[in-house]
Design a protein around this ligand. Structure first.
Ligand code: SF4
Ligand code: SF4
Length: 158
């Protein structure tokens, strides 16, 4: 049954987006931060055939408030997994927050934040883009929420 008090989101009728091949603009951002869920960390550790602790110490650092995030390359401050051909080296195991882009909660606050996201992402409103429905958008905003909560050292038992 419909809840008459449930507030409609401005994007409830869907938004136009398709990820463009060979783009990589969302990864190619210096100082980008990728928060990690525990599922992401376990997946990436197995992808690299490393025990979780070892993978964390090799590929993660901590944000200013102690959440684990992916390391960036020293020379350009871009994600360590972004290669010179503009591809993600861990594509099939990439963190949920990467998969969730551009459906991050901060991008969907209002139409203005969505317009700003468009400056980074040419897939938004691209002439050949598809309409993504609210169920899919909601799925990714929930995933983004979990990732952003993040994992701290105290959450892990080694
Ligand atoms: S910026 Fe947008 S179109 Fe480009 S790779 Fe990222 S999500 Fe895809
Ligand atoms: S993990 Fe992959 S998708 Fe995520 S920022 Fe790094 S290169 Fe991009």
């Amino acid at each position: 049954m419909l809840n008459p008090f449930k507030k409609r989101k401005w994007w409830d009728s869907g938004l136009k987006f398709s990820c463009l091949p060979n783009c990589g603009k969302c990864c190619n951002e210096p100082d980008g931060i990728v928060y990690l869920s525990l599922k992401d960390m376990s997946r990436l550790a197995s992808f690299h055939n490393l025990p979780l602790k070892e993978w964390i110490s090799r590929d993660c650092r901590k944000s200013s408030d102690g959440r684990y995030i992916l390391k960036s390359k020293k020379e350009n401050k871009i994600c360590i997994y972004f290669d010179d051909d503009l591809n993600c080296k861990v594509y099939d195991s990439k963190p949920d927050q990467c998969s969730a882009f551009p459906w991050w909660n901060e991008n969907l606050v209002n139409k203005e934040s969505w317009e700003n996201t468009k400056k980074i992402c040419p897939g938004i409103d691209h002439p050949e883009a598809l309409i993504i429905n609210k169920k899919t958008i909601k799925f990714w905003t929930e995933a983004d929420k979990i990732s952003e909560k993040g994992i701290r050292e105290s959450d892990l038992e080694f």
